[in-house]
Design a protein around this ligand. Structure first.
Ligand SMILES: *[C@@H]1O[C@H](CO)[C@@H](O)[C@H](O)[C@H]1NC(C)=O
Ligand SMILES: *[C@@H]1O[C@H](CO)[C@@H](O)[C@H](O)[C@H]1NC(C)=O
Ligand SMILES: *[C@@H]1O[C@H](CO)[C@@H](O)[C@H](O)[C@H]1NC(C)=O
Ligand SMILES: *[C@@H]1O[C@H](CO)[C@@H](O)[C@H](O)[C@H]1NC(C)=O
Ligand SMILES: *[C@@H]1O[C@H](CO)[C@@H](O)[C@H](O)[C@H]1NC(C)=O
Length: 792
């Protein structure tokens, strides 16, 4: 039954050039393409077209192919639909009608539908492939599985592919996956590790179709080609702002069961827009084809992105969304979804190059126009007194225009008052005949415009990359997890935020306009539609509550984690301002570890007026490790706080745990040294504010149970030893802590509930539970307990 196909292939090759190509067929080998979900929406719209294009481009290259559409439906029921889809593929413009007909006919003959449900089905597929190879005397080059199925099916299919369809060695296996790759960091990790048991990392191709867009994949080459112009201006001194925008006019109707679980941030910002952001900010690799170097440079950007909190984001939802949700999910009339369909987020890359440059990521459904672009807006210091219309007075910007909008085609636009870009790519051209349109405040004639000669569909581009084994334009595991590390905390904190409702389309007017202020982002006007929601307490506007009370006969503040941290940050700032007013200086002693990290982020992101210049930061305790190690307390305080605020170096006081290249050796006198420093700089050795945590065993600072915390006398700084892990620590003593003006003990998380309960009952006992001996002599003590720790 395959004979006619072979015959045609030979005929075609012979047409192409000379007889040698038939030999090539053997040498280059046979490729089997399997689309699992081969009759689904994506396959219908893009994938078969993409693979047909691959086939048309490769048929004369010496490869032979077979194509399989797989699905859960039995073949006799699916065949008709399958071939209808395949018949709809079309040829490129430069292919003659006659040749196109031949190519399509071949493609149809090389394709078949197979039910792929059970292990047996996958084994049969392999048997079929092997028989075909044998019968036709073909050598095998590779097997490509494209999983166009819901993400929950990935792990199972990957396992079947590994156990039943893995080719013999020397033959490649490539498995293509589509987003969503998880729902948050944890689920992404779980999925990555499940896939990892069946597939090697280099066998996986995670698609972000944005990376296949011609302008997106041109960002790095453009930056490199034009580096002599860009290097001097691609930094905080010249860039005013970066905007990465994907606006849609459509709604989510028909996709609600998927969409309502994801929302716009997971659907667009976490992947497409984040990728574009990294391409714009990362250092372009020296070798553009080196995917390893590109990945490393990209990961460096992820490592320097400031954390995203609620104050860096706004969310919205189009008015009809809830009606659609009720319809499609069969919900009752009072059901409210808080899934955002619009979001804008302000990101910052905290490096010397980009420090302070706002990067706005924005996407939404039911907006006024369909357009996708990234705009780098430069500062323009020129003030034009009379000649407002001359080009040097106008905005200076580079637009990476992905598509649609007023321009309608993909292009890179550089405003003429910047520079004339270099253009070396033979696939691109300069466009000089301009329609009478404006793109982002400038008429098209004010730009140098470069566009691809031929517009190509993203999927076709990516399929060609997969076939060639080029991994640059795909999402590696590390890249994926780094992105979820960035987005997950924001998604968590937005879970109890109700989106602003907008009517949709042009009538949105200025309802969604934004204000960038400091490092924060908000809606610029207050025309909020308040939805009163009695069913889900967590969502209501009056859910904000801070409870005050007593704990262990000291003051207690309790709230949900987010509000608690906000309250503590505000209290620290109040103490700082009071101290600076009174004595010109604020002495703060902080703990390391994970509990205060959220507090540090809050101080960095929302407390711009904090008097850092007059603040001295001291350590409550330190592990006996070099300060550069990741478990050093100072390192954590540095990375999450000190690094991000403008505090003078001489105000920072790490504990001297490493002297003479030794760690915490008694004779080196590190503790005495710190005590001396403290006594000489801090009035009465009384810190203005000491921030403590509590360990599961009741330890605080590095004062452990049974460690004679009570018998340290008047020493302010001591070396101690943890009984659980016999490692030495340096710590403030109880006597130093109890001299402070204010002491805060921060306890958060369900895991601490048992401890909080136990501590509420026990008597003060410094040797058994050192934390109970924290009783400032002349100062105040406040316990900050989040609801989870307090109520379990
Ligand atoms: C694939 O399956 C084999 C057993 O059939 C197993 O040994 C191997 O670890 C699996 N994973 C990979 C990545 O090969
Ligand atoms: C660039 O990287 C590619 C892929 O790793 C490699 O094949 C090529 O030799 C490299 N080119 C240079 C000039 O190093
Ligand atoms: C909603 O109800 C209709 C009719 O009762 C049913 O066909 C459909 O599957 C249901 N959808 C969901 C998501 O439960
Ligand atoms: C030091 O503290 C004492 C007692 O709190 C206070 O009276 C004095 O003014 C302080 N000195 C300075 C320099 O702030
Ligand atoms: C408490 O204040 C008194 C007087 O105000 C002072 O004499 C004493 O040293 C202070 N105690 C501590 C531990 O700071």
């Amino acid at each position: 039954m395959f004979a006619p196909v072979l015959l045609l292939l030979v005929t075609l090759c012979a047409q192409g050039a000379n007889g040698e190509e038939t030999l090539e067929t053997k040498r280059h080998g046979h490729v089997s393409v399997v689309i699992v979900g081969g009759t689904g929406d994506l396959a219908r719209k893009y994938l078969w077209q993409g693979f047909f294009q691959l086939y048309a481009n490769q048929v004369s290259s010496g490869h032979s192919f077979s194509f399989y559409g797989g699905g859960l439906t039995p073949a006799d029921k699916a065949n008709l639909v399958f071939f209808e889809i395949l018949k709809a593929v079309s040829c490129a413009k430069d292919v003659s009608e006659q040749r196109c007909a031949v190519l399509k006919e071949q493609f149809l003959r090389l394709a078949q539908y197979r039910q792929l449900k059970t292990d047996e089905d996958y084994k049969d597929l392999t048997k079929h492939i092997e028989q075909k190879l044998q019968q036709e005397g073909l050598e095998e080059a590779g097997r490509l599985f494209y999983l166009s199925v819901p993400a929950f099916a990935y792990a199972d299919i990957a396992e079947k592919v590994n156990s039943s369809c893995r080719p013999s060695s020397g033959v490649w296996l490539r498995v293509v996956l589509e987003k969503p790759f998880g729902h948050d960091l944890v689920s992404a990790q779980v999925l990555a590790s499940q896939l990892g048991t069946s597939l090697k990392d280099d066998e996986m191709y995670r698609i972000d179709h944005y990376l296949g867009k011609q302008v997106v994949s041109k960002i790095l080459p453009f930056r490199k080609e034009n580096e002599k112009f860009l290097d001097p201006i691609w930094n905080k001194h010249h860039i005013e702002r970066v905007e990465i925008v994907l606006k849609e006019t459509l709604d989510a109707k028909g996709r609600i069961p998927f969409y309502d679980q994801y929302g716009v941030i997971r659907d667009v910002l976490q992947n497409h827009l984040t990728e574009v952001m990294t391409l714009l900010t990362m250092r372009p690799p020296k070798n553009l084809s080196s995917s390893e170097e590109a990945l490393q440079n990209k990961l460096k950007i992820f490592a320097h992105l400031l954390p995203l909190g609620k104050h860096q984001a706004v969310v919205g939802q189009y008015q009809n969304y809830n009606k659609e949700v009720r319809n499609e999910l069969n919900k009752t009339q009072d059901y409210l979804s808080s899934t955002p369909t619009f979001a804008a987020v302000l990101a910052h890359v905290d490096t010397a190059q980009y420090d302070g440059v706002p990067i706005l990521l924005l996407s939404g459904k039911m907006l006024d126009e369909r357009v996708g672009y990234a705009r780098v807006l430069f500062k323009n210091e020129v003030f034009c007194v009379q000649s407002h219309h001359s080009v040097h007075c106008k905005p200076r910007q580079i637009i990476f225009h992905f598509g649609h909008g007023s321009l309608q085609y993909p292009a890179i636009l550089v405003s003429k008052n910047l520079f004339k870009p270099v253009q070396t790519d033979p696939q691109w051209k300069e466009v000089t005949e301009h329609k009478d349109v404006s793109v982002l405040d400038l008429p098209l004639s004010d730009y140098y415009v470069h566009a691809p000669k031929v517009q190509k569909e993203a999927y076709a581009e990516l399929i060609a990359h997969i076939f060639a084994g080029r991994k640059n334009n795909f999402i590696s595991s590390e890249n994926l997890l780094a992105s979820w590390v960035l987005w997950t905390p924001l998604l968590d904190s937005l879970a109890v935020t109700f989106p602003r409702i907008y009517p949709g389309g042009a009538v949105n007017g200025n309802l969604l306009d934004l204000r960038v202020k400091g490092k924060g982002l908000s809606y610029s006007n207050e025309g909020v539609v308040i939805i009163k929601n009695d069913n889900r307490g967590g969502l209501s506007a009056d859910g904000y509550q801070v409870m005050q009370g007593k704990y262990r006969s000291a003051d207690m503040v309790s709230a949900w984690a987010e509000e608690l941290v906000e309250k503590l940050a505000a209290d620290i700032q109040d103490a700082a301002e009071a101290a600076v007013r009174e004595g010109g200086v604020f002495h703060l002693a902080v703990s390391g570890g994970s509990t205060p990290v959220a507090l540090f982020h809050k101080l960095v992101l929302d407390h711009f007026s904090f008097p850092w210049r007059d603040t001295h930061v001291w350590m409550v305790d330190e592990r006996c490790v070099p300060l550069t190690e990741s478990d050093s307390n100072f390192r954590s305080v540095h990375d999450h706080l000190l690094h991000h605020v403008k505090i003078p170096y001489y105000n920072i006081h790490p504990m001297p745990v490493q002297l003479h290249q030794r760690l915490c050796v008694e004779e080196d006198g590190g503790a005495d040294l710190y005590e001396k420093e403290l006594r000489s700089l801090v009035n009465g050795s009384s810190f203005h504010f000491v921030l403590l945590g509590v360990g599961y065993d009741g330890h605080t600072a590095s004062l452990f149970p049974g460690g004679q915390a009570a018998s340290q006398g008047e020493s302010l700084v001591v070396l101690t030893e943890s009984p659980a892990k016999p490692h030495q620590r340096m710590s403030l003593s109880l006597s130093a802590i109890n001299r402070a003006h204010k002491v805060a003990i921060l306890v958060m998380g369900k895991g601490k509930h048992a401890l909080v309960t136990q501590m509420s009952r026990v008597k003060d006992d410094p040797n058994k539970y050192p934390v109970t001996a924290v009783r400032p002599k002349n100062g105040s003590l406040v316990w900050y307990l989040d609801y989870e720790a307090l109520l379990g």
